[in-house]
Design a binder for this molecule. Structure first.
Ligand SMILES: Cc1ncc(COP(=O)(O)O)c(C=O)c1O
Length: 400
């Protein structure tokens, strides 16, 4: 038996080794605080579960779902005040990971380029490699507020580029962007004949009064862009596998060709439950969620700061992106935190070469556990770097 050679293009599964270490520590009785995977610890809202139960007993829902998603579900995908034709410009996805992956197959041929932020959600690059195309990594640097410098992409790359991924609020850096940046990106995509896929998985998760823009708010964006929206994080529904894509009609019909030949859509009852989540808004679940995560964020930032680290203040997502102390690399520092503090974080290098020098904390445990995690990290750092002042409280920079 010989699996396809394309599998060799994808780097080995990063989390396997970390999972083994976690299992060993747990077997030895360690009390691990897991701030690794971005999987909400809070249950799905009651009305959403209730709707699923109701809809699960409707016989019409037991048949194959409509490929594109039900009409009602697609209607609700026109969110954020953006007017779209739900028939031609919206489609249900079995989680945004599915849609992002299949979009690559719909657009990238071998020899083509896909513009991928570095660091970023690993699926963009992995699917590009599987499809036989080449990722061109757009560096996201702290000095540039983690926005790509579109003007620096070489002409030789642009002539082969078919698709560009963007993602704000951003995993893993937690950066946000302005509508002006999206305007620039839309103009760029139009000039070079590139489709933008804006992955808006965290668009609802913002803090301190900031509301993240949708790329489709830019005039004419629906001609060159699609946006994926996911129920996973804002409604604590990662296990439900429900998301949607809206925007360019041409891109969505290309995606439809891949999807109709690959899957048969998401269970209609799940789509109806997703509609119930949005119907209960505005403000009901999302505001509560953002209050919860911003309180957790503040606890972790204060704790890490006392521990001697310099985390970046997130305006969105439920991640904290933090430079590692001098003398460490991402993987080594994560391993130290796991082995000695029993705190699980993800090394930035797992998200691309430009993630080196950082680790990512997910705010997926309650405030007291975050406090405990930061305090354990402080103890480990103090023992490894005895000269370092510990317990000093720095003034936290709050730019807004
Ligand atoms: C940036 C980003 N996009 C997409 C996803 C996947 O979301 P979904 O659960 O909708 O597949 C994740 C999950 O962590 C993510 O971080």
């Amino acid at each position: 038996m010989r699996p396809a050679r394309r599998l060799e293009r994808v780097p080995p599964y990063f989390f396997a080794e970390m999972d083994r270490t976690k299992a060993r520590l747990r077997r030895n009785g360690a009390d691990l605080i897991d701030l690794g995977v971005g999987d909400p610890d809070i249950p799905t809202p009651g009305p959403v579960i209730q709707k699923l139960c109701e809809q699960a007993s409707v016989p019409a829902n037991h048949r194959y779902p409509a490929y594109e998603g039900s009409g009602e579900f697609r209607h609700y995908l026109s969110r954020f005040g953006v007017r779209l034709d739900p028939e031609r410009q919206a489609m249900a996805l079995i989680g945004s990971k599915e849609g992002l992956s299949h979009l690559v197959w719909a657009f990238a041929d071998p020899g083509d380029c896909v513009l991928v932020p570095d660091p970023s959600y690993p699926v963009y690059a992995a699917q590009t490699l599987l499809a036989g195309a080449s990722p061109f990594y757009m560096p996201l640097e702290k000095e540039d507020d983690f926005l790509p410098d579109l003007g620096s992409i070489p002409p030789g790359v642009l002539s082969r580029a078919k698709l560009m991924f963007l993602n704000y609020p951003n995993n893993p850096t937690s950066a946000t962007c302005s509508l002006d940046f999206f305007k620039e990106a839309v103009g760029f995509a139009r000039e070079h004949g590139i489709l933008i896929c804006h992955d808006a998985a965290y668009i609802e998760m913002t803090y301190d009064g900031f509301l993240a823009p949708s790329i489709l708010e830019v005039e004419g964006a629906e001609e060159v862009a699609v946006e994926t929206y996911s129920w996973s994080k804002p409604f604590n529904m990662t296990g439900w596998r429900i998301a949607g894509v809206v925007g360019s009609e041409q891109a969505i019909s290309a995606l439809r060709v891949v999807k109709t030949n690959t899957d048969s859509g998401q269970f209609t009852a799940v789509q109806m439950a997703a509609v119930a989540a949005l119907e209960a808004e505005p403000g009901l679940f999302i505001e509560t969620m953002n209050r919860t995560y911003s309180a957790r964020r503040d606890v972790l930032l204060e704790g890490l700061s006392k521990a001697g680290l310099y985390p970046i203040l997130p305006r969105g997502t439920f991640y904290v992106w933090c430079p590692v102390p001098a003398g460490h690399d991402s993987a080594g520092f994560s391993e130290t935190l796991l082995e000695q503090a029993h705190v699980v974080v993800i090394p930035g290098s797992a998200y691309g070469a430009r993630g080196e020098g950082y680790v990512r904390f997910a705010l997926t445990v309650g405030e007291s556990r975050l406090e405990e995690a930061a305090s354990r990290i402080g103890t480990v750092l103090a023992s490894r770097m005895p000269g370092r002042a510990r317990g000093e409280t720095r003034e936290w920079p709050r730019p807004y």
